[in-house]
Design a protein around this ligand. Structure first.
Ligand SMILES: Cc1cc2nc3c(=O)[nH]c(=O)nc-3n(C[C@H](O)[C@H](O)[C@H](O)COP(=O)(O)OP(=O)(O)OC[C@H]3O[C@@H](n4cnc5c(N)ncnc54)[C@H](O)[C@@H]3O)c2cc1C
Length: 463
Protein backbone atom coordinates (compact mmCIF):
# COMPACT_ATOMS: atom_id res chain seq x y z
CA UNK A 1 0.00 0.00 0.00
CA UNK A 2 1.40 3.43 -0.87
CA UNK A 3 2.12 6.00 1.84
CA UNK A 4 -0.88 8.11 0.75
CA UNK A 5 -3.31 5.23 1.18
CA UNK A 6 -2.16 4.24 4.67
CA UNK A 7 -3.80 5.17 7.98
CA UNK A 8 -1.64 7.99 9.33
CA UNK A 9 -1.04 7.46 13.05
CA UNK A 10 0.74 10.22 14.96
CA UNK A 11 2.23 9.15 18.31
CA UNK A 12 3.17 11.97 20.66
CA UNK A 13 5.88 10.78 23.06
CA UNK A 14 8.55 8.10 22.69
CA UNK A 15 8.62 6.79 26.27
CA UNK A 16 8.17 3.07 27.00
CA UNK A 17 4.49 3.22 26.03
CA UNK A 18 4.79 5.24 22.78
CA UNK A 19 7.65 2.99 21.67
CA UNK A 20 5.70 -0.18 22.55
CA UNK A 21 2.73 1.07 20.56
CA UNK A 22 4.87 1.73 17.46
CA UNK A 23 6.48 -1.72 17.73
CA UNK A 24 3.07 -3.39 18.31
CA UNK A 25 1.54 -1.69 15.26
CA UNK A 26 4.37 -2.96 13.09
CA UNK A 27 4.12 -6.46 14.52
CA UNK A 28 0.37 -6.71 13.87
CA UNK A 29 0.16 -4.75 10.60
CA UNK A 30 -0.26 -7.77 8.29
CA UNK A 31 -2.02 -5.67 5.63
CA UNK A 32 0.80 -3.07 5.67
CA UNK A 33 -1.72 -0.26 5.97
CA UNK A 34 -0.30 1.88 8.78
CA UNK A 35 2.14 4.81 8.55
CA UNK A 36 3.46 6.10 11.89
CA UNK A 37 4.89 9.49 12.70
CA UNK A 38 6.51 9.29 16.12
CA UNK A 39 7.05 12.74 17.63
CA UNK A 40 9.30 13.23 20.65
CA UNK A 41 9.99 16.57 22.33
CA UNK A 42 13.49 15.57 23.43
CA UNK A 43 16.40 15.90 21.00
CA UNK A 44 17.32 12.24 21.42
CA UNK A 45 15.73 9.02 22.62
CA UNK A 46 17.43 9.01 25.99
CA UNK A 47 17.51 5.84 28.04
CA UNK A 48 16.49 6.95 31.50
CA UNK A 49 15.66 5.59 34.93
CA UNK A 50 16.74 2.51 36.81
CA UNK A 51 14.92 -0.78 37.36
CA UNK A 52 11.51 -1.81 36.16
CA UNK A 53 9.37 -4.88 36.91
CA UNK A 54 7.97 -6.67 33.89
CA UNK A 55 5.19 -9.07 34.92
CA UNK A 56 4.34 -12.38 33.25
CA UNK A 57 1.27 -10.69 31.77
CA UNK A 58 3.29 -7.94 30.05
CA UNK A 59 5.95 -10.47 29.08
CA UNK A 60 3.29 -12.29 27.01
CA UNK A 61 2.61 -9.06 25.13
CA UNK A 62 6.27 -8.22 24.61
CA UNK A 63 6.77 -11.71 23.18
CA UNK A 64 3.76 -11.31 20.87
CA UNK A 65 5.19 -8.11 19.44
CA UNK A 66 8.54 -9.67 18.71
CA UNK A 67 10.79 -8.70 21.63
CA UNK A 68 11.10 -12.15 23.20
CA UNK A 69 14.58 -13.15 22.07
CA UNK A 70 15.98 -9.68 22.62
CA UNK A 71 14.72 -9.35 26.19
CA UNK A 72 15.34 -12.80 27.65
CA UNK A 73 19.09 -12.24 28.23
CA UNK A 74 18.36 -8.89 29.88
CA UNK A 75 16.05 -10.19 32.61
CA UNK A 76 17.22 -11.32 36.04
CA UNK A 77 15.85 -14.83 35.41
CA UNK A 78 14.53 -16.86 32.52
CA UNK A 79 10.78 -16.25 32.12
CA UNK A 80 8.63 -19.14 33.36
CA UNK A 81 5.52 -19.66 35.48
CA UNK A 82 7.17 -21.31 38.46
CA UNK A 83 6.22 -20.04 41.94
CA UNK A 84 8.67 -17.24 42.71
CA UNK A 85 9.21 -14.72 45.47
CA UNK A 86 8.47 -11.20 44.25
CA UNK A 87 9.55 -9.58 47.51
CA UNK A 88 10.74 -11.05 50.78
CA UNK A 89 8.92 -8.63 53.08
CA UNK A 90 10.78 -7.61 56.27
CA UNK A 91 10.02 -5.29 59.14
CA UNK A 92 12.69 -2.68 58.50
CA UNK A 93 12.05 0.29 60.79
CA UNK A 94 14.06 -1.02 63.72
CA UNK A 95 17.67 -2.03 64.34
CA UNK A 96 17.09 -5.78 64.09
CA UNK A 97 14.64 -6.22 61.27
CA UNK A 98 12.95 -9.54 60.71
CA UNK A 99 11.11 -11.51 58.07
CA UNK A 100 7.35 -11.06 57.78
CA UNK A 101 6.36 -13.04 54.68
CA UNK A 102 7.56 -13.98 51.20
CA UNK A 103 5.17 -12.38 48.71
CA UNK A 104 4.97 -14.94 45.91
CA UNK A 105 3.26 -15.38 42.55
CA UNK A 106 3.67 -17.61 39.52
CA UNK A 107 6.49 -16.34 37.35
CA UNK A 108 7.71 -13.68 39.77
CA UNK A 109 8.73 -10.29 38.45
CA UNK A 110 11.11 -10.08 35.52
CA UNK A 111 13.54 -7.40 36.58
CA UNK A 112 15.22 -5.33 33.90
CA UNK A 113 17.15 -2.09 33.66
CA UNK A 114 14.79 0.44 32.12
CA UNK A 115 17.52 1.55 29.70
CA UNK A 116 17.77 -2.03 28.39
CA UNK A 117 14.01 -2.24 27.81
CA UNK A 118 13.94 1.12 26.04
CA UNK A 119 16.96 0.25 23.91
CA UNK A 120 15.31 -2.99 22.74
CA UNK A 121 12.11 -1.16 21.91
CA UNK A 122 14.05 1.46 19.95
CA UNK A 123 15.90 -1.21 17.99
CA UNK A 124 12.57 -2.79 17.05
CA UNK A 125 11.06 0.46 15.74
CA UNK A 126 10.24 -0.10 12.06
CA UNK A 127 12.59 2.68 10.92
CA UNK A 128 14.00 2.30 7.39
CA UNK A 129 17.54 1.70 8.68
CA UNK A 130 16.54 -0.89 11.30
CA UNK A 131 18.58 -4.07 11.16
CA UNK A 132 16.26 -5.85 13.60
CA UNK A 133 12.64 -5.00 12.72
CA UNK A 134 10.64 -6.95 10.14
CA UNK A 135 9.22 -3.81 8.57
CA UNK A 136 5.53 -3.80 7.63
CA UNK A 137 4.52 -0.40 8.95
CA UNK A 138 6.15 2.77 7.66
CA UNK A 139 7.64 4.78 10.52
CA UNK A 140 9.29 8.17 10.73
CA UNK A 141 10.86 9.43 13.95
CA UNK A 142 10.74 13.20 14.57
CA UNK A 143 12.99 14.34 17.41
CA UNK A 144 12.80 17.83 18.96
CA UNK A 145 9.10 17.97 18.01
CA UNK A 146 7.10 19.31 20.95
CA UNK A 147 3.35 19.24 20.31
CA UNK A 148 1.62 22.51 21.23
CA UNK A 149 -1.84 22.06 19.79
CA UNK A 150 -4.03 20.14 17.37
CA UNK A 151 -6.96 21.29 15.28
CA UNK A 152 -9.61 19.32 13.45
CA UNK A 153 -10.81 19.83 9.92
CA UNK A 154 -14.52 19.25 9.55
CA UNK A 155 -15.14 16.94 6.63
CA UNK A 156 -18.46 17.48 4.91
CA UNK A 157 -17.90 14.52 2.59
CA UNK A 158 -20.04 11.43 2.35
CA UNK A 159 -19.29 10.28 5.89
CA UNK A 160 -20.43 13.71 7.12
CA UNK A 161 -17.98 13.36 10.02
CA UNK A 162 -14.91 15.04 11.30
CA UNK A 163 -11.80 14.78 9.24
CA UNK A 164 -8.10 14.38 9.95
CA UNK A 165 -6.25 16.37 12.59
CA UNK A 166 -3.58 18.98 12.05
CA UNK A 167 -0.75 18.96 14.58
CA UNK A 168 1.10 22.11 15.59
CA UNK A 169 4.63 21.93 17.00
CA UNK A 170 6.99 24.43 18.61
CA UNK A 171 9.18 25.86 15.82
CA UNK A 172 8.44 23.01 13.38
CA UNK A 173 6.13 22.62 10.40
CA UNK A 174 2.57 21.39 11.04
CA UNK A 175 1.57 17.86 10.11
CA UNK A 176 -1.64 15.93 9.46
CA UNK A 177 -2.80 12.60 10.90
CA UNK A 178 -5.87 10.35 10.89
CA UNK A 179 -5.37 9.11 14.46
CA UNK A 180 -3.61 10.98 17.28
CA UNK A 181 -2.07 9.09 20.19
CA UNK A 182 -1.19 10.93 23.40
CA UNK A 183 1.64 8.87 24.89
CA UNK A 184 3.23 11.99 26.32
CA UNK A 185 3.38 11.07 29.97
CA UNK A 186 1.92 12.30 33.22
CA UNK A 187 1.90 16.01 32.23
CA UNK A 188 0.45 15.20 28.82
CA UNK A 189 -0.26 18.12 26.49
CA UNK A 190 -2.54 15.89 24.42
CA UNK A 191 -4.61 15.07 27.53
CA UNK A 192 -5.00 18.75 28.39
CA UNK A 193 -6.11 19.65 24.86
CA UNK A 194 -8.35 16.58 24.59
CA UNK A 195 -10.13 17.18 27.90
CA UNK A 196 -10.66 20.88 27.21
CA UNK A 197 -12.50 19.90 24.00
CA UNK A 198 -14.85 17.36 25.52
CA UNK A 199 -18.47 18.38 26.10
CA UNK A 200 -18.67 19.96 29.59
CA UNK A 201 -14.89 20.46 29.88
CA UNK A 202 -15.26 21.88 33.41
CA UNK A 203 -16.06 18.32 34.56
CA UNK A 204 -12.54 17.33 33.61
CA UNK A 205 -10.58 20.24 35.06
CA UNK A 206 -9.23 18.13 37.91
CA UNK A 207 -7.58 15.79 35.42
CA UNK A 208 -5.59 18.50 33.65
CA UNK A 209 -2.72 18.31 36.15
CA UNK A 210 -1.58 15.35 38.24
CA UNK A 211 -2.20 15.28 41.98
CA UNK A 212 0.67 14.90 44.46
CA UNK A 213 0.13 11.90 46.74
CA UNK A 214 2.11 13.21 49.72
CA UNK A 215 4.78 10.62 48.88
CA UNK A 216 8.30 10.97 47.55
CA UNK A 217 10.49 8.20 46.18
CA UNK A 218 14.27 8.13 46.49
CA UNK A 219 15.85 6.08 43.72
CA UNK A 220 19.35 4.81 43.17
CA UNK A 221 21.45 1.98 41.82
CA UNK A 222 23.93 0.09 43.99
CA UNK A 223 26.88 -1.75 42.48
CA UNK A 224 26.98 -5.29 43.85
CA UNK A 225 30.67 -5.15 44.77
CA UNK A 226 30.12 -1.92 46.74
CA UNK A 227 27.38 -3.58 48.78
CA UNK A 228 29.52 -6.63 49.40
CA UNK A 229 32.18 -4.29 50.86
CA UNK A 230 29.69 -2.25 52.90
CA UNK A 231 27.97 -5.28 54.49
CA UNK A 232 29.50 -8.62 53.47
CA UNK A 233 26.81 -11.23 52.81
CA UNK A 234 24.03 -8.61 52.59
CA UNK A 235 20.75 -10.42 51.89
CA UNK A 236 20.11 -8.28 48.77
CA UNK A 237 23.23 -9.72 47.09
CA UNK A 238 21.49 -13.04 46.50
CA UNK A 239 17.77 -12.35 46.92
CA UNK A 240 15.29 -12.01 44.03
CA UNK A 241 13.75 -8.98 45.74
CA UNK A 242 13.24 -7.51 49.20
CA UNK A 243 10.84 -5.06 50.75
CA UNK A 244 11.77 -3.29 54.00
CA UNK A 245 8.48 -2.17 55.46
CA UNK A 246 8.03 0.41 58.21
CA UNK A 247 5.77 3.15 59.46
CA UNK A 248 5.16 5.81 56.79
CA UNK A 249 8.01 4.60 54.64
CA UNK A 250 9.29 1.50 52.93
CA UNK A 251 11.98 0.47 50.48
CA UNK A 252 12.12 -2.15 47.73
CA UNK A 253 15.36 -3.55 46.32
CA UNK A 254 15.91 -5.96 43.46
CA UNK A 255 18.67 -6.92 41.04
CA UNK A 256 18.91 -5.46 37.51
CA UNK A 257 21.41 -5.71 34.64
CA UNK A 258 21.85 -9.43 35.16
CA UNK A 259 22.57 -8.89 38.85
CA UNK A 260 25.38 -6.34 38.35
CA UNK A 261 23.37 -3.65 40.11
CA UNK A 262 20.72 -3.55 42.80
CA UNK A 263 17.88 -1.13 42.20
CA UNK A 264 16.65 0.74 45.28
CA UNK A 265 13.33 2.60 45.51
CA UNK A 266 12.73 4.10 48.96
CA UNK A 267 9.31 5.66 49.48
CA UNK A 268 8.55 8.19 52.20
CA UNK A 269 5.25 9.71 53.26
CA UNK A 270 6.16 13.40 53.57
CA UNK A 271 3.78 14.68 56.22
CA UNK A 272 5.42 18.09 56.41
CA UNK A 273 3.33 19.49 53.56
CA UNK A 274 -0.45 19.67 53.71
CA UNK A 275 -1.15 20.01 49.99
CA UNK A 276 -1.84 17.89 46.94
CA UNK A 277 0.14 20.15 44.63
CA UNK A 278 3.89 19.58 44.32
CA UNK A 279 5.79 22.85 43.93
CA UNK A 280 9.05 22.91 41.97
CA UNK A 281 10.81 20.26 39.91
CA UNK A 282 9.38 16.78 40.47
CA UNK A 283 12.75 15.06 40.13
CA UNK A 284 15.85 16.40 41.91
CA UNK A 285 19.28 15.15 42.90
CA UNK A 286 19.64 15.00 46.68
CA UNK A 287 22.59 14.43 49.02
CA UNK A 288 23.01 10.98 50.49
CA UNK A 289 22.59 12.51 53.97
CA UNK A 290 18.93 13.23 53.22
CA UNK A 291 18.30 9.54 52.65
CA UNK A 292 20.19 8.60 55.84
CA UNK A 293 18.03 11.08 57.80
CA UNK A 294 14.83 9.59 56.39
CA UNK A 295 15.82 6.08 57.39
CA UNK A 296 17.61 6.85 60.68
CA UNK A 297 17.26 4.00 63.18
CA UNK A 298 16.32 1.44 60.48
CA UNK A 299 17.84 -1.98 59.94
CA UNK A 300 21.57 -2.08 59.14
CA UNK A 301 20.74 -3.64 55.74
CA UNK A 302 18.99 -0.41 54.76
CA UNK A 303 21.87 1.70 56.09
CA UNK A 304 24.34 -0.33 54.02
CA UNK A 305 22.27 0.08 50.86
CA UNK A 306 22.00 3.85 51.36
CA UNK A 307 25.76 4.12 51.94
CA UNK A 308 26.27 2.70 48.42
CA UNK A 309 23.90 5.08 46.59
CA UNK A 310 26.28 7.74 45.41
CA UNK A 311 23.79 9.94 43.56
CA UNK A 312 20.26 9.51 44.91
CA UNK A 313 17.38 11.23 43.15
CA UNK A 314 14.09 12.25 44.74
CA UNK A 315 10.83 12.01 42.79
CA UNK A 316 7.51 13.51 43.81
CA UNK A 317 4.95 10.72 43.37
CA UNK A 318 1.97 12.08 41.51
CA UNK A 319 -1.00 10.44 39.85
CA UNK A 320 -4.16 11.17 37.92
CA UNK A 321 -7.39 10.96 39.81
CA UNK A 322 -9.01 8.07 37.87
CA UNK A 323 -9.84 9.71 34.56
CA UNK A 324 -12.82 7.87 33.03
CA UNK A 325 -12.44 8.68 29.34
CA UNK A 326 -9.32 7.86 27.31
CA UNK A 327 -10.56 8.40 23.76
CA UNK A 328 -12.94 10.44 21.65
CA UNK A 329 -12.98 11.61 18.04
CA UNK A 330 -9.64 10.66 16.60
CA UNK A 331 -7.66 11.09 19.82
CA UNK A 332 -6.53 8.24 22.11
CA UNK A 333 -4.59 8.58 25.38
CA UNK A 334 -2.37 5.79 26.60
CA UNK A 335 0.16 5.13 29.36
CA UNK A 336 0.75 7.79 32.00
CA UNK A 337 -1.04 10.36 29.87
CA UNK A 338 -4.30 8.46 30.56
CA UNK A 339 -3.75 6.78 33.92
CA UNK A 340 -0.57 7.83 35.73
CA UNK A 341 -0.69 5.88 38.99
CA UNK A 342 1.41 5.47 42.12
CA UNK A 343 4.22 2.91 41.76
CA UNK A 344 3.37 0.57 44.67
CA UNK A 345 2.37 -2.25 42.30
CA UNK A 346 5.07 -1.49 39.71
CA UNK A 347 2.32 -1.47 37.13
CA UNK A 348 2.19 1.94 35.41
CA UNK A 349 4.14 0.95 32.32
CA UNK A 350 2.49 -2.48 32.35
CA UNK A 351 -0.99 -1.01 31.97
CA UNK A 352 0.35 1.28 29.23
CA UNK A 353 1.85 -1.69 27.38
CA UNK A 354 -1.60 -3.30 27.44
CA UNK A 355 -3.23 -0.10 26.11
CA UNK A 356 -0.71 -0.19 23.27
CA UNK A 357 -1.29 -3.85 22.42
CA UNK A 358 -5.07 -3.57 22.39
CA UNK A 359 -5.26 -0.37 20.38
CA UNK A 360 -2.72 -1.74 17.89
CA UNK A 361 -4.98 -4.80 17.48
CA UNK A 362 -7.98 -2.57 16.74
CA UNK A 363 -6.16 -0.31 14.28
CA UNK A 364 -4.66 -3.22 12.34
CA UNK A 365 -7.94 -5.17 12.27
CA UNK A 366 -9.20 -5.83 8.69
CA UNK A 367 -12.28 -3.64 9.31
CA UNK A 368 -10.15 -0.54 10.03
CA UNK A 369 -9.12 1.12 6.79
CA UNK A 370 -8.67 4.53 5.26
CA UNK A 371 -10.66 6.73 4.84
CA UNK A 372 -11.83 6.30 8.42
CA UNK A 373 -15.55 6.93 8.72
CA UNK A 374 -16.87 8.79 11.75
CA UNK A 375 -18.91 5.72 12.64
CA UNK A 376 -15.83 3.50 12.65
CA UNK A 377 -13.80 6.02 14.65
CA UNK A 378 -16.61 6.21 17.22
CA UNK A 379 -16.65 2.44 17.42
CA UNK A 380 -12.89 2.34 18.04
CA UNK A 381 -13.04 4.99 20.77
CA UNK A 382 -16.02 3.32 22.46
CA UNK A 383 -14.29 -0.04 22.50
CA UNK A 384 -11.03 1.45 23.76
CA UNK A 385 -12.85 3.26 26.60
CA UNK A 386 -14.87 0.15 27.43
CA UNK A 387 -11.90 -2.16 27.51
CA UNK A 388 -9.14 0.06 28.92
CA UNK A 389 -10.69 2.49 31.43
CA UNK A 390 -12.00 -0.01 34.05
CA UNK A 391 -8.78 -2.04 34.44
CA UNK A 392 -6.66 1.11 34.60
CA UNK A 393 -8.84 2.60 37.35
CA UNK A 394 -8.91 -0.71 39.23
CA UNK A 395 -5.13 -1.00 39.05
CA UNK A 396 -4.65 2.56 40.22
CA UNK A 397 -6.91 2.01 43.24
CA UNK A 398 -5.22 -1.28 44.03
CA UNK A 399 -1.83 0.43 43.85
CA UNK A 400 -2.96 3.07 46.36
CA UNK A 401 -4.20 0.35 48.70
CA UNK A 402 -0.92 -1.56 48.36
CA UNK A 403 0.96 1.58 49.39
CA UNK A 404 -0.99 1.82 52.65
CA UNK A 405 -0.09 -1.78 53.50
CA UNK A 406 3.60 -1.37 52.61
CA UNK A 407 3.76 1.87 54.64
CA UNK A 408 1.96 0.25 57.58
CA UNK A 409 -0.69 2.96 57.33
CA UNK A 410 -3.62 0.67 56.50
CA UNK A 411 -6.53 0.20 58.86
CA UNK A 412 -5.36 -1.55 62.03
CA UNK A 413 -1.95 0.16 62.11
CA UNK A 414 -3.22 3.52 63.44
CA UNK A 415 -1.87 3.18 66.97
CA UNK A 416 1.66 2.20 66.01
CA UNK A 417 4.67 4.48 65.61
CA UNK A 418 7.92 3.99 63.70
CA UNK A 419 9.98 1.17 65.25
CA UNK A 420 7.13 -0.12 67.44
CA UNK A 421 6.57 -3.82 68.01
CA UNK A 422 3.52 -4.76 65.97
CA UNK A 423 1.66 -8.08 66.37
CA UNK A 424 2.93 -10.55 63.78
CA UNK A 425 -0.59 -11.48 62.63
CA UNK A 426 -1.21 -7.84 61.67
CA UNK A 427 2.06 -7.64 59.74
CA UNK A 428 1.47 -10.96 57.97
CA UNK A 429 -2.11 -9.90 57.15
CA UNK A 430 -0.75 -6.77 55.44
CA UNK A 431 1.75 -8.83 53.42
CA UNK A 432 -1.02 -11.22 52.36
CA UNK A 433 -3.11 -8.27 51.19
CA UNK A 434 -0.15 -7.07 49.11
CA UNK A 435 0.25 -10.58 47.68
CA UNK A 436 -3.43 -10.65 46.65
CA UNK A 437 -2.99 -7.31 44.89
CA UNK A 438 -0.31 -8.91 42.72
CA UNK A 439 -2.45 -11.87 41.67
CA UNK A 440 -3.38 -10.20 38.35
CA UNK A 441 0.20 -10.48 37.11
CA UNK A 442 -0.26 -13.98 35.67
CA UNK A 443 -3.68 -13.49 34.06
CA UNK A 444 -3.87 -13.70 30.27
CA UNK A 445 -3.76 -10.36 28.37
CA UNK A 446 -5.03 -12.20 25.30
CA UNK A 447 -8.50 -12.37 26.89
CA UNK A 448 -8.72 -8.56 26.96
CA UNK A 449 -7.41 -8.26 23.43
CA UNK A 450 -9.89 -10.86 22.22
CA UNK A 451 -12.72 -9.04 23.97
CA UNK A 452 -11.80 -5.81 22.19
CA UNK A 453 -11.61 -7.54 18.81
CA UNK A 454 -14.94 -9.30 19.40
CA UNK A 455 -16.57 -5.95 20.17
CA UNK A 456 -15.18 -4.61 16.91
CA UNK A 457 -16.59 -7.56 14.99
CA UNK A 458 -20.02 -7.49 16.68
CA UNK A 459 -20.29 -3.97 18.01
CA UNK A 460 -23.89 -3.82 19.33
CA UNK A 461 -22.73 -3.75 22.95
CA UNK A 462 -20.69 -0.56 22.62
CA UNK A 463 -22.68 1.54 20.12
C1 LIG B 1 9.55 5.05 41.35
C2 LIG B 1 8.80 4.47 40.19
C3 LIG B 1 8.89 3.10 39.92
C4 LIG B 1 8.16 2.52 38.88
N1 LIG B 1 8.26 1.18 38.65
C5 LIG B 1 7.51 0.61 37.67
C6 LIG B 1 7.59 -0.80 37.43
O1 LIG B 1 8.33 -1.52 38.08
N2 LIG B 1 6.79 -1.34 36.45
C7 LIG B 1 5.93 -0.56 35.71
O2 LIG B 1 5.21 -1.09 34.85
N3 LIG B 1 5.86 0.79 35.91
C8 LIG B 1 6.63 1.38 36.86
N4 LIG B 1 6.56 2.72 37.07
C9 LIG B 1 5.68 3.53 36.21
C10 LIG B 1 6.33 3.80 34.85
O3 LIG B 1 7.59 4.38 35.06
C11 LIG B 1 5.46 4.75 34.01
O4 LIG B 1 4.12 4.33 34.08
C12 LIG B 1 5.93 4.73 32.55
O5 LIG B 1 7.29 5.05 32.45
C13 LIG B 1 5.10 5.71 31.73
O6 LIG B 1 5.54 5.64 30.40
P1 LIG B 1 4.92 6.61 29.30
O7 LIG B 1 5.58 6.21 28.02
O8 LIG B 1 3.44 6.60 29.38
O9 LIG B 1 5.37 8.07 29.72
P2 LIG B 1 6.86 8.72 29.78
O10 LIG B 1 7.88 7.70 30.08
O11 LIG B 1 6.72 9.88 30.68
O12 LIG B 1 7.10 9.21 28.28
C14 LIG B 1 6.46 10.35 27.75
C15 LIG B 1 7.30 10.88 26.59
O13 LIG B 1 6.57 11.94 25.96
C16 LIG B 1 7.46 13.02 25.66
N5 LIG B 1 6.64 14.24 25.60
C17 LIG B 1 6.02 14.86 26.65
N6 LIG B 1 5.33 15.94 26.20
C18 LIG B 1 5.50 15.98 24.85
C19 LIG B 1 5.02 16.86 23.82
N7 LIG B 1 4.20 17.90 24.09
N8 LIG B 1 5.39 16.62 22.53
C20 LIG B 1 6.21 15.55 22.23
N9 LIG B 1 6.69 14.70 23.18
C21 LIG B 1 6.34 14.90 24.47
C22 LIG B 1 8.45 12.99 26.82
O14 LIG B 1 9.65 13.65 26.47
C23 LIG B 1 8.62 11.49 27.04
O15 LIG B 1 9.67 10.97 26.24
C24 LIG B 1 7.31 3.33 38.07
C25 LIG B 1 7.25 4.71 38.31
C26 LIG B 1 7.99 5.28 39.35
C27 LIG B 1 7.90 6.77 39.59
Amino acid sequence: MSHQERIRVAIIGAGVVGLTFAVALNALDKDRKIAIDLYEAAPELAEIGAGINVWPRSWEILKQIGLGDALIPLFDHHPDLEPRVIFGVRKGDQKDGFKIHDVTNYGGALRIHRADLQKSLMEHLPLPDSTVADIKTLCTLHLSYRLLDYTQTTNTGSSGGSGPLTLHFAGKPSAVCDILIGADGIKSTVRQLFLSRLPNPQTYERFLQPVWSGLVAYRGLVAKEDLQKALPGHRALTHSGLMYSGKSRYAVVYPVSGGKFINVVAIVHDKSKDTNVWEGPWKVDVPQTELFEQYAGWDEEIQALISCIKEPTKWALQSLDNLDVFAKGRVFLMGDSAHAMLPHLGAGATVGIEDAYILASLLTHPSTSRPLSTQHVNLLTNIYNTVRVPPAIAMSKSSNETGYFCNLEASGFEGYMEGDDIPMNLLVGAAHAVERNWSWTTSDPEEDRQRAVTLLESPRAVL
